[in-house]
Write a protein that binds this ligand. Structure first.
Ligand code: ADP
Length: 369
């Protein structure tokens, strides 16, 4: 059996010598030997050590060697292992089973049989990769389907409201039911609602562009505090009774960054802080430049975001469902734009919030040289 077995067989006799049958030599190749070496091959303990280091994968050699040493002290013990052995420049997987027969007077050896299982391991790895690819594809599909249904929910609400109003006023004017000054006012409403639709479409297109990584920052010199003041001035029109306090540190000297992106980030965050706070809530905008980094913080004392939604609110079309905010208009795109712009400018965006107490939004940006 030892001589003719197609499995590699090694015999460790009394701990002094190890014999290898022809199949073991062909499979395990100790240093300086090849398939044509006359067999059985006899290795003394030093040669066995060299053989482990030469033929066994560095991650496996010590584990297997120590396990076989240990097995020699356990009468009738069994040790099974899957490990890699050298084959030219590559590695092969083998399955080995070692049994301690040292106490068995007819055998008096630790016998190890070794079988090449490379094909099986490759098939397993291939199957695992296939399963992973399938799981990843399913995850992507699920995510795409989630985005699609949230987008449709947003479209059916945020697009329909201004369209209904545009259509209604246009009909009334066309039928001559509104005339004079009132017709003028209706035309202004139509114009405002059409502008709102335009902004919605621009946001949707911008998010897609940012998600594709298809955005190149336009770097220019700007004064961060001036950008912040400009954003707050624009929002003051829509929120005349609200106070936004700007606190700045080192933000009065010019820096190099994408001023348009910075303006949009501040407008979205301060706009949210105002929108998601009850009447009279004040907002603090902190802007600080430290070396090559710009830090923004927008703090409100508004409705807050539930803990489980704190990361999700940065996803496309994601909105928090709560009775306090149900009537507030929005697309769920503002924070996605903030995060993607911050990332494109070498920074990040995140939220801290306590439900019912308020929210602080953080953004960092790496300034250009
Ligand atoms: P939108 O405001 O258009 O819905 P955003 O992407 O800007 O979209 O925000 C996503 C969601 O995160 C909002 O719908 C809201 O539920 C929540 N949110 C954002 N900012 C705040 C804030 N300052 N306070 C409370 N909730 C907020």
């Amino acid at each position: 059996m030892f001589e003719y077995s197609t499995d590699g067989v090694t015999l460790r006799e009394g701990g002094d010598v190890t014999l290898l049958n022809p199949a073991a030599v062909a499979l395990l190749l100790p240093p300086g030997m090849d398939e044509h070496t006359p067999t059985p091959v006899t290795l003394d303990p030093d040669q066995v050590l060299a053989w482990y280091h030469h033929s066994f994968h560095p991650d496996d050699a010590e584990r297997v060697r120590l396990a076989i040493e240990h097995l020699a002290l356990q009468p009738h013990g069994v040790y099974r292992s899957h490990h890699r052995i050298r084959h030219g420049d590559a590695w092969r997987w083998v399955e080995s089973v070692s049994v301690n027969h040292l106490d068995d007077p007819g055998i008096a050896a630790v016998i190890t049989t070794v079988r090449d299982i490379t094909r099986m391991k490759e098939a397993e790895a291939f199957a695992a990769a296939e399963v992973k690819a399938q799981t990843d594809a399913n995850d992507l599909l699920r995510e795409a389907s989630r985005i699609k249904s949230q987008m449709l929910a947003m479209l059916s609400h945020e697009f329909r409201t201004p369209l209904t109003s545009i259509q209604g006023y246009a009909d009334l004017i066309a039928e001559g039911m509104i005339v004079g000054d009132e017709a003028q006012e209706s035309a202004e409403i139509i114009n405002r609602e059409a502008k709102r639709l335009n902004v919605l479409i621009s946001e949707m297109l911008q998010v897609e562009q940012l998600e594709q990584g298809d955005y190149t920052p336009h770097i220019e010199r700007c004064i961060p505090r001036a950008v912040a003041e400009s954003a707050v001035r624009m929002l003051a029109g829509a929120w005349p009774d609200r106070v936004v306090t700007i606190e700045s540190t080192n933000a009065d000297t010019p820096v190099r960054t994408d001023a348009g992106a910075l303006l949009q980030i501040i407008t979205n965050l301060v706009g949210n802080a105002l929108k998601y706070s009850p009447e009279g809530g004040s907002v603090i905008l902190r802007i600080a430049v430290t070396g090559r980094q710009l830090d923004l913080q927008v703090k409100d004392h508004g409705f807050g975001i539930p803990e489980e939604d704190i990361e999700r609110v940065f996803d496309r079309y994601a909105r928090v469902k709560s009775p306090a905010t149900a009537k507030i208009q929005g697309t769920g795109l503002g924070l996605t734009i903030v995060r993607r712009l911050a990332e494109a400018l070498g920074g990040r965006a995140w939220a801290e919030s306590t439900l019912g107490a308020g929210t602080t939004m953080h953004v960092t940006i790496a300034l250009a040289d």
